[in-house]
Ligand binder design. Structure first.
Ligand code: CAA
Ligand code: NAD
Length: 283
């Protein structure tokens, strides 16, 4: 199962990062989104990241041009005809993802592996939207992708060992560390991280402390690089809410109930750093 050409679906914060690391590792990468303006935004983030590497003397300018040349903007899923692997990083919504996987199953050649960067949705259910569940797998990168070492790899019920191995090898080629986990809501990362973030929002909601105090306690007291409310803004409050809803629905336990304040912020369109306002404001 050799992988040379990849399509990344979604040019948002995760998709652009995944496309960047794939292009840097020498893969040809179709970066797909719904509109050209979303692609332009994702590509400009990649260019900014690479330019910083050049400015810091960690990359030659010619190398940057080579990486950029590996990226092919795409607004048509039909381009997936050309690829050996698709990594889907669209919004965290089962309906959106199953629709994309169903279309990809029709478009891509029989050998193509279909991976999802979902934060919490069951891989087995996404796989059931295709006629090739044995070639569907979870490939969960962490944000910011160019910096974070981990990729959680999640097998669906039908994923073959051969497909698992190909994705583990690919992850290592991207200079990341694969960790295998089972297909349960939130996997390992978000089952542990997101209830902590949700609890921080409850702590704010109940007036136990200010947002700055909550973040300071976790940063200075627990040595976390970002406080939980800053991290929630960084991840995206919509994504945090989707993940809490998946945990709540998946485990049926009230301890996963999303905080009403989180719901309110998402309803207001305050989604965090990506919209300029969440718990904090961003220029
Ligand atoms: N994209 C690319 N590179 C970035 C970046 C970004 N968005 N943000 C920071 N960096 C780079 C910087 O350029 C810098 O690189 P150099 O050392 O090469 O100069 C390096 O990261 C450190 O950055 P800074 O010095 O500016 O800031 P920092 O030391 O505070 O680190 C951070 C920034 C790496 C983001 C750090 O704050 C951190 O680790 N935060 C926690 C991140 C985290 O928990 N991520 C997981 C989120 S959960 C998830 O992803 C799963 C999910 O499904 C929701
Ligand atoms: P984002 O909102 O920054 O980007 C999503 C992108 O997908 C947007 O550009 C949107 O236009 C595009 N999109 C939506 N529907 C599409 C479709 N049908 N076809 C093509 N493009 C489409 O979101 P994000 O933070 O990058 O999250 C993307 C995925 O990655 C989600 O499943 C999320 O749970 C997961 N994830 C997020 C994080 C994080 O920290 N934000 C970390 C790991 C995984």
């Amino acid at each position: 199962m050799s992988i040379n050409t990849v399509m990344v679906i979604g040019a948002g914060q995760m998709g652009s990062g995944i496309a960047q690391v794939c292009a840097q590792a020498g893969f040809s990468v179709y970066l797909n989104d719904l509109k050209q303006e979303f692609l332009d935004r994702g590509l400009s983030v990649i260019k900014k990241n690479l330019t910083r590497q050049v400015d810091k003397g960690r990359m030659q300018a010619e190398e940057m041009e080579k990486v950029l040349a590996n990226l092919i903007p795409s607004t048509s899923l039909e381009d997936a005809k050309q690829v050996d692997l698709v990594i889907e990083a669209a919004v965290e919504n089962m309906e959106v993802k199953t629709k994309i996987f169903n279309q990809l199953d029709e478009i891509t050649p029989a050998h193509t592996i279909l991976a999802s960067n979902t934060s919490s949705l069951p891989i087995t259910e996404i796989a059931a939207a295709t006629k090739r569940p044995e070639k569907v797998i979870g490939m969960h990168f962490m944000n910011p992708v160019p910096v974070m070492k981990l990729v959680e790899i999640i097998r669906g019920l039908a994923t073959t060992d051969e497909v698992y191995q190909a994705i583990e090898d690919m992850t290592k080629q991207l200079n990341k560390v694969p960790v295998e986990v089972e297909d349960f809501p939130g996997f390992v990362s978000n089952r542990i991280l997101m209830p902590m973030i949700n609890e921080a929002v409850y702590t704010l909601y109940e007036g136990v402390a200010t947002k700055e105090a909550i973040d300071d306690v976790m940063k200075l007291g627990m040595n976390h690089p970002m406080g939980p409310l800053t991290l929630a803004d960084f991840i995206g409050l919509d994504t945090c809410l989707y993940i809490m809803e998946i945990l709540h629905e998946g485990f049926g336990d009230d301890k996963y109930r999303p905080c009403p304040l989180l719901r309110k912020y998402v309803k207001a369109g305050w989604l965090g750093k990506k919209t300029g306002k969440g718990f904090y404001e961003y220029a």
